[in-house]
Design a protein around this ligand. Structure first.
Ligand code: ADP
Ligand code: MG
Length: 343
């Protein structure tokens, strides 16, 4: 028996479907329950696709995961897969320690050290918060005075992780791009959100007392996302927004495998093996024909892929979804563990 925490719209939709179709015994649980550990006693595994913007999940999901692992219960995402999730600061140290081609990244915890650095660097540079998705907390910094303003604020009142004005601008851009009823509704929702903030905007703590900058890689009209699940790699290419350098969240996506530099697939396989993650998405940009990592995450918006590369870098054609492979691998590992225990 495995346990699944259902979150509509997340990986759990397909996991539940998979269990039903393959008669896998499962039960639905609520990880926020105080007695969750007791509820999981009869289970071999827990699957919970928690999101970065769930302010309650980020309070304890990692701690719950680690505790269950100590008791021999398998978890998706496991600790190795999720400890660095939505944490670009953590990822900087992890990727640097593995000597991977991370875009040069600078993090400061002292205002004066950051200001000193800002006087010595060539502009533009990129500023980010440690969390966020869809480019929401990523901006180009063109001058030292701009950098200095960002640094003073980072060590002063800090930044909100979710900003409704930003989302309204995004919705406006999507409306201009699509000009259909759906994007119009979306824009209207954004206007309403100006008055009524989302729960995550209200509840997530402010980001402060650190500042994050990255070298700017110029001239990229796209980024590449490679998702590795076990020994399979899925990829897509994401175009930048018009007149902007940021691809993540643009909605401009391409899945043709012929357009994905195989270099990116190799790098993603190599890193997943090193990191030991169950499912990891790597966002990369090409820099002088080399794939440089900008960030990684276990949870992402997913869709149907036209196929995947296997570990020999051979393309396996056929529509598929990553969530199905996540649960397949998860169940296999539980089975293997049970067999090992019987030996
Ligand atoms: N250092 C960089 N140089 C050039 N472009 C970048 C850089 N970092 C990020 N980008 C662009 O900005 C987008 C968002 O950055 P990312 O760090 O992935 O943030 P998010 O977590 O919001 O997806 C990327 O998809 C990429 O197109
Ligand atoms: Mg990204």
């Amino acid at each position: 028996m495995i346990a699944i925490h259902p979150r509509p719209g997340s990986f759990s939709d397909r996991w539940i479907q998979y269990c039903e179709e393959h008669t896998v015994p499962y039960k639905l649980v609520n990880c926020y329950d105080n007695d969750i550990i007791d509820q999981l006693r009869e289970c071999k595994g827990l699957m919970w696709h928690w999101a970065h913007h769930d302010h309650k999940a980020v309070l304890f999901a990692r701690q719950l995961t680690y505790s269950l692992e100590q008791a021999g219960i398998k978890v998706f995402p496991d600790s190795r897969t999720c400890w660095h999730f939505d944490d670009k600061v953590g990822q900087k140290y992890l990727l640097e320690s593995l000597a991977t081609p991370l875009v040069k990244t600078f993090v400061f915890y002292e205002k004066n050290t950051a200001l000193e650095w800002s006087r010595s660097v060539r502009y533009p540079v990129v500023n980010k918060l440690r969390g966020g998705a869809g480019s929401e907390n990523v901006k180009l910094v063109n001058s030292q005075s701009e950098a200095s303003r960002i640094i003073r604020r980072a060590f002063g009142k800090g930044y909100k992780q979710k900003r409704r004005r930003y989302f309204l601008r995004e919705r406006l851009w999507q409306f201009r791009r699509d000009r259909n009823f759906r994007s119009f509704l979306n824009l209207s929702k954004g206007l309403a959100r100006l008055v009524i903030p989302t729960e995550s905007e209200k509840q997530l703590p402010r980001e402060k007392n650190y500042v994050y900058f990255q070298e700017f890689i110029p001239g990229s009209s796209f980024d590449i996302r490679v998702v590795v699940v076990g020994k399979r790699a899925f990829a897509l290419k994401r175009g930048v927004r018009e007149g902007d350098f940021r691809a993540s969240g643009s909605g401009v996506k391409e899945y043709d495998p012929a357009r994905i530099p195989i270099e990116c697939v190799k790098t993603a396989f190599y890193l997943t093996t090193k990191l030991g993650g169950q499912s990891l998405a790597f966002d990369m940009i090409m820099c002088d024909n080399n794939a440089s990592i900008i960030e990684m995450s276990y949870a992402f918006v997913t869709t149907t892929f036209p196929g995947f590369w296997d570990e020999k870098l051979e393309w396996i054609s056929g529509e598929c979804r990553v969530e199905d492979f996540v649960i397949k691998d998860f169940l296999n590992e539980i089975k293997e563990k049970a067999c090992d225990a019987q030996k």
